[in-house]
Design a protein around this ligand. Sequence first.
Ligand code: BG6
Length: 301
Amino acid sequence: MATALNSQFGIKGQLSFREDASGLIVAEIDNALGRAWLCLQGAHLMMWQPKSQAVPVVWLSRDTKPAVGKSIRGGAPVCWPWFGAHATETSFPGHGFARTVPWRVIESGIEPDGATRMTLRLAASEKTLAQWSHECNADLTVIVGETLRMELKTENTGATDFVIGEALHTYFQIGDIEQISVTGLEGGEYWDKVGGSNLRRQDGAVSFSGEVDRVYINSGAECVIHDDKLKRRIHVAKSGSLSTVVWTPWVEKANKMGDMGQPDGWREMVCVESVNAIDNVVTVAAGTCHTLIVEYRAESV
Ligand code: BG6
């Protein structure tokens, strides 16, 4: 399969496909501006490092074990067509099924600035149709360069409207969770998922001294991760997304999860997720599209 993909979509010196030990296909992108790995299962961007940065900007757990049907820990999981628990079916997977099923490559190319572009489409199967019977396409376009751009497009090809929840659930690499802050959410309302579900208001920048699991609603502004230890700022700009999730499991939860990277991988990551959830789920009318776009940029300070 990797051979066929290489001949159809590979780009000499920029994009190649390989099969890893678990049988999953991974696209490796390496150009003059940046490098990234993208697993076809889940259209899961696993890592991204612009050439200007000494360490990756998108974090991958050293203890993740890629496996068929299992989500990778780290990178940028695609949560779709719902976010969090399914509204009514408790047996359906959290964050939707998109991150654990195969996607297929439909296009690749080079942008005018030399960045590498690839588009994947979720491959509908008996399993996905059993949980989501709407006629639609879900496409993810990834553009890897000095910035990372991802576009998650949902096209309603059927005759009836449907409602989606979604996220680009990105894990960012940081120096130490206790030495960062996140701006861009000041004054906003959030559902606090730690200790019950309460609606609170953000006072100042977000800083971290314990587990944080918050869904900021009606929040479309750019967020910035200020990292004193790695001496950089990560800018998270977006459109088509009105919720932002900020998540760190902290030590106890990380130890229970078992795949966050021993001994303290949880310290080296923070999730700032571009989402549409709870108050901000999206109705995609018949015959129309909805696109969630993110663009990440790292700036040394
Ligand atoms: C976040 C949720 O988006 O994802 C958290 O707000 C959750 O509640 C986290 O723990 C990780 O989810 P998962 O399913 O990848 O372990």
